[in-house]
Design a protein. Sequence first.
Length: 80
Amino acid sequence: MINELISKVTDIVQKLLDRPDWPITTEMDLISNGLSSVNMILLVVELEELFDIVFEDYELFFESFSTVQKIAELITRKVE
């Protein structure tokens, strides 16, 4: 499941950053590679809709969404 989750998150990030062919690794710092506050909001909304989850206010920090791995771990905790 985690590999499928990582693939979905990567696809969403590539789309939001308008870099569909950009090779994103699970540990790449998304913030230093263009993830803005607006993109983060769009990412949160898309993830909540896709996985039928709700992120709590205390989870909505750049650090929580700074890598694909961290995003995948956060989602995994919410869907279990």
